[in-house]
Design a protein around this ligand. Structure first.
Ligand SMILES: Nc1ncnc2c1ncn2[C@@H]1O[C@H](COP(=O)(O)OP(=O)(O)O)[C@@H](O)[C@H]1O
Ligand SMILES: [Mg+2]
Length: 401
C-alpha cells in the first residue's frame, strides 16, 4: 500500500485547462449572441468619446435572470474605458450591485471611494456626498458611467438615487455633463416608485435583453467549455444535453455550474472525458440558481420558517403536511436557535410568498377555517439541498442551527 496520496492525485492529469474560466463571475473575452446589444450600447455611448463632457446618457436594461445582462455591461464598460483611454479622454466605469449595497447612501459612498479610497464610510449626508462627487469629477476632469445593477433593490425603499445622481449634471460648472447611468432590472414594473421625470427619461431608453434560444445556449456553453476544458473532454452531443437542461430556466449560470460539476465528477471517477452519466449525476438534486437567489434574499425569520417546513416534511415520510404541523416544528426551531417566533398571520403571509416564489404548493382543504387547513407540498425541489442551503445561509447570518 502506498502512502503517497498527494503524489497519486497530483500525477492524475486534470481535465480542466483553466477551471476559473467556468466560474459564473468570470468575464469572458467574447459574448456569443450579445453582439447586437454590445453594438447598440456602443452607438448610444459614442457621444461620450466624440464630444467629451457634453453628453450624458441614461439607459435602462431589462430582461430575465441569467441571460447575460451583467456580463454584457461589464464587458461594455471595459471596452468604453479602453477606447476613451486611447484618445486621452477620462471616462471611468463603475459597476455597483444595489442588492449588495442595500441603500442609496452606500452606493454614493462607493462612488466617492472610487476617487479616494480612504474616504470614511460615515459622517456625511447624501447631499454632502453628491457635492464631494461633483468636485472630484471636475477636479479630475472625469466622466463616470455608473451601472446600477439589480436596481430594484433600492428603488423599493423610496429613495430616488437616479434623480439625485442626474442632478450632478445640473450642478456642475459650465453645464459639463459628468455622469451617465445604466440601470439594470428584471422588469420595469419596479419603476413605479420613482419620480415621474426619472421614469420618463429611463423609459425612452430601454434595451430589452431576450432569452437565449436552445441553439444560442449551445453556442455559449461550447465557447465556455473550449476556454476552460482541455480538448476532447466533452462531445457536442453532451454540450447539447446540458443546453437542453439549461434551456428550461434559461439561466446560463445553471449550465456553467452543471458543466463544472460534471467535469469534477469525471475527474473523481478517473475518466478521460465527461460521459452522459457524469452529467446526469451532476444534475441530480441541483437547486436552480433562481431558487438560491430567493433563499439568499429571505430574512432570517422567513428562512427559519421555510426550514421548519422542510424539516417537517422530511421527517414525516408523507409527501404533504398541514400548516399546523409546520407551526409546531417552527416553534421548536425558534426556541433552539433563540429567535422570537412570528405571529401565525405573519407566517401565513410567508406561506403565500413561498407559493409565489415557486418553492411550495398549497391546497386549501376547508375554506371555513382559514389557513389552518392548508396542506403544503414541495414537489419540485430537493429537500436535502434546500435544507443544506437554508442552513448555510442562516449560519452566515449568525444563526447556528
Ligand atoms: N453570451 C454569453 N457568452 C458567454 N457567457 C455568457 C453569455 N451570457 C451569459 N453568460 C454567462 O452566464 C452567466 C449569467 O450571466 P449574467 O450576466 O450574470 O446574467 P444576468 O445579469 O442577466 O442575470 C454569467 O456567468 C455569464 O458570464
Ligand atoms: Mg445580473
Amino acid at each position: 500500500m502506498t502512502m503517497e496520496y498527494f503524489e497519486e492525485l497530483l500525477k492524475r492529469p486534470s481535465l480542466f485547462k483553466d477551471e476559473s474560466k467556468l466560474d459564473i463571475n468570470y468575464i469572458p473575452e467574447k459574448l456569443p449572441h450579445r453582439d447586437k446589444e454590445l453594438s447598440l450600447l456602443s452607438q448610444l455611448f459614442l457621444g461620450l468619446i466624440t464630444n467629451p463632457n457634453s453628453i450624458s446618457r441614461k439607459i435602462l436594461i431589462t430582461g430575465k435572470t441569467g441571460i447575460g445582462k451583467t456580463v454584457t455591461v461589464k464587458l461594455f464598460g471595459e471596452l468604453l474605458e479602453r477606447a476613451s483611454k486611447k484618445r486621452n479622454i477620462n471616462i471611468k466605469y463603475v459597476h455597483v450591485n444595489c442588492r449588495k449595497e442595500r441603500t442609496s447612501y452606500n452606493v454614493l459612498i462607493r462612488l466617492v471611494q472610487l476617487m479616494n479610497n480612504k474616504f470614511p464610510k460615515r459622517g456625511y449626508s447624501s447631499q454632502d456626498l453628491l457635492d464631494i462627487l461633483i468636485e472630484f469629477l471636475q477636479r479630475y476632469n472625469l466622466h463616470i458611467l455608473v451601472v446600477l445593477d439589480e436596481l430594484s433593490y433600492i428603488i423599493n425603499k423610496h429613495e430616488d438615487l437616479i434623480y439625485s445622481l442626474t442632478r450632478i449634471n445640473d450642478d456642475t460648472v459650465k453645464g459639463d455633463q459628468r455622469l451617465s447611468i445604466i440601470g439594470i432590472v428584471r422588469d420595469i414594473s419596479c419603476l413605479n416608485n420613482l419620480d415621474n421625470s426619472t421614469v420618463s427619461t429611463l423609459q425612452r431608453n430601454i434595451l430589452k435583453f431576450k432569452k437565449y434560444s436552445n441553439n444560442q445556449i449551445f453556442d455559449i456553453l461550447k465557447y465556455r467549455t473550449d476556454n476552460s476544458l482541455k480538448i476532447n473532454i466533452i462531445s457536442d452531443k453532451l454540450i447539447r444535453m446540458v443546453s437542453e437542461i439549461t434551456y428550461n430556466s434559461g439561466d446560463i449560470r445553471g449550465g456553467l455550474n452543471l458543466l463544472w460539476r460534471s467535469c469534477k465528477i469525471a475527474e473523481s471517477k478517473n475518466l478521460k472525458y465527461i460521459t452522459a452519466e457524469c452529467i446526469r449525476l451532476g444534475n441530480q438534486d441541483l437547486l436552480p440558481f433562481s431558487t438560491l437567489d430567493i433563499l439568499e434574499e429571505m430574512n432570517s425569520q422567513k428562512l427559519t420558517f421555510l426550514l421548519a417546513i422542510i424539516k417537517a416534511l422530511d421527517n414525516s415520510d408523507k409527501i404533504e403536511i398541514s400548516f399546523i404541523e409546520t407551526l409546531k416544528r417552527y416553534y421548536i426551531l425558534c426556541e433552539n436557535v433563540g429567535l422570537n417566533p412570528r405571529s401565525d398571520s405573519q407566517l401565513w403571509h410567508y406561506l403565500q410568498e413561498f407559493k409565489r416564489e415557486n418553492i411550495i404548493v398549497t391546497k386549501i382543504v376547508s375554506e371555513k377555517i382559514k389557513g389552518r387547513r392548508a396542506i403544503i407540498k414541495i414537489p419540485d425541489l430537493s429537500l436535502r439541498n434546500l435544507e443544506k442551503n437554508a442552513i448555510e445561509i442562516l449560519n452566515s447570518k449568525g444563526i447556528e442551527i
